[in-house]
Design a protein around this ligand. Structure first.
Ligand SMILES: Cc1cc2nc3c(=O)[nH]c(=O)nc-3n(C[C@H](O)[C@H](O)[C@H](O)COP(=O)(O)O)c2cc1C
Length: 338
């Protein structure tokens, strides 16, 4: 039995296999209105035809100032819902589950006149100095995450993922490097976690399906969050009812990262076993055999595939062939898919 092709259930969502299309910004909203374009439909639906279990839409901004670029996907307006729902229905047609990553770029918003962050510290000299969020601003953004979750429900997504990684707004609150506040949102790890906690509470109020959180499990900087901090955050997220922690890394500071096959898995495995919460593995997982090893050794519960799925929408078929698993073809391809 291959584990990669064994279904798995989170709350009311059963995914037909363990393969997740990792969220990947396509910067393709040409009208800068956050709305899906024909490109997005082709891009995501083709991975559903390719039998990916869970298709996670790219980082989608909860407010316009939370976009990385002006061409990012958005979920800040009710006008976004109908297009997203149409896409969700198409993904379901091929048996995939559909998710969306809810995001705020924080100090890494590139095209906005003002960017927001916990502290007025720029990422590097290429970025503007962000405006320090006051209590009102914090409340506005937490509410925006809640409203985005309501829209995700209205668009019939099966799950949502909160983007708390890669040095964007939530990660900036978590990190002692980017967060130098002296109020209840900064200082101790308990205080730095408060913003994420309030985001999770706002999202959970609106969205009753599975909720994943993506975190950066290594900041590649001595003054960044420690493993102990990450274990604390993961424990808190478990208590808040989060279904899975998607374990990525980096992005808080400009660091040179030594990448190699499975470079982010060690901490993913540690979080899974120390905290007892399901985890998702991501980062240079490129073959079916590698994915199967991670799952069979119980190092993670889901396998997120990024660039390999840009290279090959039929990555699941290639992985199945490697593992001698007979992957069911979409019915239109049944005569040709051996
Ligand atoms: C083009 C591109 C866009 C990305 N956009 C996002 C994003 O929107 N949200 C996110 O959490 N990660 C994003 N990532 C990171 C991927 O989801 C993934 O974690 C990373 O590429 C490592 O996995 P891989 O080695 O399988 O590509 C992006 C990566 C790429 C290549």
């Amino acid at each position: 039995m291959t584990k990669l092709f064994t279904p798995i259930t989170y709350k009311n969502m059963t995914i037909k296999n363990r393969i997740v299309m990792s969220p990947m910004c396509m910067y393709s909203c040409e009208d800068e209105d956050g709305k899906l374009t024909p490109f997005h439909l082709t891009h995501y639906i083709s991975r559903a035809v390719g039998q990916i279990g869970l298709i996670m839409l790219e980082a989608s901004a909860v407010e316009p100032a939370g976009r990385i670029t002006a061409k990012d996907l958005g979920i800040w307006d009710d006008a976004h819902v109908s297009g997203l729902r149409e896409l969700v229905h198409e993904l379901h047609r091929y048996g995939s589950k559909a998710g969306i990553q809810l995001a705020h770029a924080g100090r890494k918003a590139e095209d906005e006149e003002i960017s927001y962050a916990p502290s007025p510290l720029r990422f590097n000299e290429r970025y503007q100095e962000p405006s320090e969020l006051d209590r009102q601003g914090i409340n506005r953004i937490i509410k925006a995450f809640g409203e985005a979750a309501r829209r995700a429900k209205e668009a019939e997504f099966d799950m949502v993922e909160i983007h708390a990684a890669h040095g964007y707004l939530i990660n900036e609150f978590l990190s002692p490097i980017a967060n130098q506040r002296t109020d209840e949102y900064g200082g101790s790890k308990e205080n730095r976690f408060r913003f994420l906690q309030e985001v999770v509470e706002a999202v959970s109020k609106e969205f009753t399906g599975p909720i994943f959180v993506r975190i950066s499990t290594d900041e590649y900087h001595q003054e960044g969050n420690t493993l102990e901090d990450f274990l604390y955050y993961a424990t808190q997220l478990k208590e808040l009812g989060i279904d899975l922690i998607d374990c990525s890394s980096g992005g808080v500071v400009p660091a040179k990262i030594n990448t190699y096959p499975g470079y982010q898995i060690k901490r993913c495995e540690t979080i899974k076993h120390t905290v007892g919460i399901p985890t998702g593995a991501v980062g240079l997982i490129t073959t079916g055999i590698q994915a199967e090893e991670i799952l069979q050794n119980n190092r993670a519960d889901l396998i997120f595939i990024g660039r390999s799925l840009l290279n090959n929408p039929y990555w699941a078929k290639e992985a199945a062939d490697e593992l001698n698993y007979e992957l069911e073809a979409p019915k239109q391809y049944a005569r040709g898919w051996k």
